[in-house]
Write a protein that binds this ligand. Structure first.
Ligand SMILES: [Zn+2]
Length: 422
């Protein structure tokens, strides 16, 4: 946690003043968000900032239009009733992106992280991503009559390794974005230094679960995202854990078998090669080709390419022997990988998300069963294991809240004209 008192006292240099200002703006804004309605005096009391500092920060937030005065609050004394401050939900907006294999989802949120609109686009030219995303931002703002200076920030969730220093994608096995694709810089140039938060998509999912999931005040959470690949977002002590180079959470490349099949990363027996959705589909294909009977054959005819999670789910619901066996085998492998993660991080809860949740409770219960055989025994009842509780797009919801929590801390916002260093 930042020592704000210490930060206040180090304000001799402009850089430090700017940091103090950004940090305090974020602190005040986030407290108003959490409280819903709060007075200046209460904010001063809770932040230990001076009433004068709080007033000047509130003035700035009022000028920007991101908070409003909502009338007189209650008082226990006979003195003047305090003016309460609330978030102005329509004072600014956030645009979020989830980049997928062949396109992206662009969402617009208000300052209370309520979804206003969501647009899906197909894309073939990932080289032109910066221009394409900028056009999508302009289109969604224009559709709702929102001026560009009302944009607080942008989040972009990508299934890949992220170079945080340069705001680029190192590499991705899912989307064809090269490491020299400078799309974030292009967006910032076009939209006047707008804060852009580029993250691995699983990080945003984990953040969404922390902020909007079913546990209250969760501090340590692992979100394991199972789609074509397997990734994870890690929340430690309430913060996103990226590791030294921003590549923590590569659970898909944790090996569960040193003699297992070779993975494209170079390792052997990676969780991703053994228990991702394509791995499950491939196992079913091999079993059918080996002559095993299954109701799946009746659904797909002779076209093995038609096997997908919906087909597998149908077979499981009908107690198909082959589908049940392979589901249980995949669940066992996932349990081994998950157990490694639990032993490393000792989280409060492990959340499974991604397309895999389509398989329903029978799959989750199978993972729990296998985990119970191999977990350190105290963990069995202490570590929660569940599916994601978020029905809406978790990548974009997490990205929106992350942007809201961090946009005030970025130099970009202060240099955009509306926010000034006092
Ligand atoms: Zn690997």
């Amino acid at each position: 946690m930042v020592n704000f008192q210490k930060l206040k006292n180090t304000g001799k240099q402009t850089a430090n003043l700017q940091l103090v200002k950004q940090t305090n703006l974020a602190l005040i804004f986030n407290l108003i968000y959490k409280q819903g309605s709060v007075s200046r005096a209460e904010l001063a009391q809770r932040t230990r900032l001076s009433p004068t500092t709080v007033s000047s920060l509130i003035e700035e937030l009022l000028r920007k239009g991101v908070v409003i005065e909502s009338g007189a609050g209650k008082t226990t004394t006979s003195g003047r009733k305090p003016i309460m401050i609330e978030i102005n939900a329509v004072g600014c907006y956030i645009v979020t992106f989830e980049i997928i294999e062949d396109g992206f989802c662009c969402s617009l949120y208000d300052l209370l992280c309520r979804l206003i609109d969501e647009q899906k686009y197909g894309i073939s030219d990932f080289e032109g991503l910066g221009r394409i995303l900028t056009e999508a931002i302009e289109a969604i703002l224009s559709k709702h009559g929102i001026q560009q200076n009302k944009l607080l920030g942008i989040s972009i969730g990508v299934p890949g390794l992220i170079n945080q220093e340069e705001c680029r994608v190192y590499s991705s096995t899912v989307v064809p974005i090269r490491n020299d694709n400078d799309f974030c810089r292009q967006i910032k140039e076009k939209l006047k230094d707008i804060p852009v938060f580029l993250e691995n998509e699983s990080y945003f999912c984990a953040y969404a679960e922390k902020e909007f999931g079913i546990e209250s005040d969760v501090k340590n959470l692992i979100f394991i995202d199972i789609n074509i690949g397997i990734g994870a977002g890690i929340i430690m002590d309430g913060n996103m854990f990226r590791g030294t180079h921003g590549m923590a959470g590569e659970v898909g490349h944790v090996s569960i078998d040193m003699n297992g099949p070779k993975c494209k990363c170079g390792n052997r027996g990676c969780l991703e090669t053994m228990s991702s959705i394509p791995a499950m589909v491939q196992k079913i294909v091999f079993a059918i080709m080996s002559g095993r009977e299954t109701i799946i054959k009746g659904i797909i005819g002779n076209d093995l390419n038609k096997i997908n999670l919906d087909v597998i789910k149908y077979a499981i619901d009908n107690k198909d022997g082959l589908a049940m066996d392979i589901m249980d085998e995949i669940a066992e492998k996932l349990a081994f990988g998950t157990n490694n993660v639990i032993n490393l991080f000792n989280p409060q809860v492990v959340v499974f998300g991604g397309e895999i949740v389509k398989l329903g409770d029978v799959f989750l219960n199978s993972i729990k069963k296998h985990l119970s055989y191999i977990e350190l025994k105290p963990n069995i009842n202490l570590v929660g294991i569940r599916y994601s509780s978020l029905s809406s797009n978790a990548v974009n919801l997490g990205g929106a809240k992350y942007t809201l929590d961090n946009a005030f801390k970025t130099p970009g916002l202060l240099s955009r004209g509306t926010f000034q260093i006092l």
